[in-house]
Design a protein around this ligand. Structure first.
Ligand code: HGY
Ligand code: MN
Ligand code: MN
Length: 416
């Protein structure tokens, strides 16, 4: 059997490192938060790489970037689309999102250098604001693309810093002319680091991701009463800080009691006025609840709601909630998931089917085209953390599986 085509591992790893160096703070933390100057710099770099590959670059009205190779044949042949996102969380790793976009470029480069012409155009996508750290919901660019959120509503979103998304998109020069959803893919594949411990723990190299868990994001605002930390008896307090702590431990216990299917995170918390000797008048926190089963996720949401009513009375505070994101669990395309497993086996890679714990653009693209994901191991299962790491060998293995799957779908005669 002829050796299957393989991507250039060194150039993929070099580009990941180069892009990973863009958007560093003075302290050296990687924070290419959506629509920041750092995000613009990352976008500009990837657009330049797309142009070097003589890809046709298009940007849509929510800032999604598309690089297409193989040209449009004027017959309206739908492209195979691969991709992910370039924005990061705060103090991030260099692989989350970037890997899927840069591996897409590597696939195009490999096929082009092999002198092959795809039976379908191949489009590499970089979706706007996948992380949702500054503007909620997350996966926003692909959600608008898939018709799940109106463009005007997305552009009017106010960020955690008080900015308006549409203004920032214009400011960084990525408010593009293309109507979101114009490029309708034949299929969508997202290659991504697992961001969890499963593949490493089971000593596997590839995850054929067949589904993705549901996500519920809320902001909880607790209004109590500021008072003197020394003179106010405990029984007379309306302590928003204490109520916030009760909510955090309630959610932790709720997830623990679910024997691991539900996960709960209070990722941000703010006290006001925020002084050592003032009982917090107000606490604002965010809740991230997830479960692979919609019924269990709904049950967790209603348990929280009941607890908040109880807490209102007990602590003498008023509590308001605001929904920030809510996505039901998603099942990916079975045909693509089995093609990923088949190709991994042909390449002699140890693989398994799995569920994604994290949200991804593929879950939105699954609304408009057959979609699936390919995972590679995360060292120590760590992500959303500067320690995020995947070995060069695993990075190349994942990109080669993507190459083979795309080659099959683009009916390219490469031995894959
Ligand atoms: O929240 C998530 O799962 C993704 O990283 N946006
Ligand atoms: Mn990601
Ligand atoms: Mn992420």
């Amino acid at each position: 059997m002829t050796e299957p085509l393989s991507i250039n591992r060194t150039s993929l790893v070099d580009r990941l490192r180069e892009l990973g160096g863009i958007g560093r703070t003075q302290e050296g933390a990687l924070s290419r938060v959506a629509l920041s100057d750092a995000d613009r710099a990352g976008r500009d770099t990837v657009v330049a790489w797309m142009r070097d590959l003589r890809m046709t670059v298009e940007v849509d009205a929510i800032g999604n970037i598309f690089g297409t190779w193989g040209g449009t044949d004027g017959q309206g042949t739908k492209p195979i689309m691969v991709g992910s996102h370039l924005d990061t969380v705060i103090d991030a790793g260099i692989y989350d999102g970037s890997y899927g976009v840069l591996a897409g470029l590597a696939v195009v480069e490999t096929l082009r250098d092999a002198g092959l012409r795809p039976g379908r155009p191949i489009t590499v996508a970089a979706f706007t604001n996948e992380e949702g750290v500054r503007y909620t919901p997350d996966m926003m660019g692909s959600l608008v693309y898939a018709g799940g959120l109106a463009l005007e509503e997305a552009l009017a979103t106010t960020g955690t810093d008080g900015t308006t998304l549409g203004d920032e998109l214009k400011r960084i020069g990525y408010a593009g002319p293309l109507a979101p959803g114009t490029i309708q893919p034949h299929a969508f594949l997202e290659l991504h680091v697992e961001q969890g411990p499963v593949l490493e723990h089971e000593r596997l190299q590839i995850g054929a991701v067949e589904d993705l868990q549901g996500i519920s994001w809320q902001r909880v605002t607790i209004q109590g009463q500021a008072n003197h930390a020394g003179t106010t008896p405990m029984r007379l307090r309306r302590d928003a800080g204490y109520a916030a702590a009760r909510i955090t431990t309630f959610l932790h216990d709720l997830a623990e009691a679910s024997s691991g299917t539900t996960v709960a995170t209070v990722g941000t918390i703010r006290f006001e006025p925020g002084a050592i000797n003032v009982i917090p008048a107000r606490a604002t926190l965010t809740v991230d609840l997830r479960d692979a089963a919609e019924a269990r996720l709904q049950a967790a949401e209603s348990e929280l709601k009941e607890f908040l009513v109880k807490l209102n009375g007990e602590v003498g505070v008023t509590i308001e909630t605001e929904r920030l994101a809510r996505f039901e669990p998603v099942t990916f395309d079975e045909g693509l998931a089995s093609l990923i497993s088949e190709v991994a086996a042909e390449r002699g890679l140890r693989a398994r089917r799995m569920t994604s714990g994290a949200g991804h653009d593929a879950q939105m693209m699954a609304r408009i085209a057959p979609s699936a994901m390919i995972f590679v191991p995360s060292t120590g299962g760590i992500s959303h953390n500067p320690q995020e790491h995947t070995s060069g060998e695993d990075l190349a293995a994942g990109a080669n599986v993507l190459l083979s799957v795309v080659s099959r779908l683009a009916s390219l005669g490469v031995p894959a």
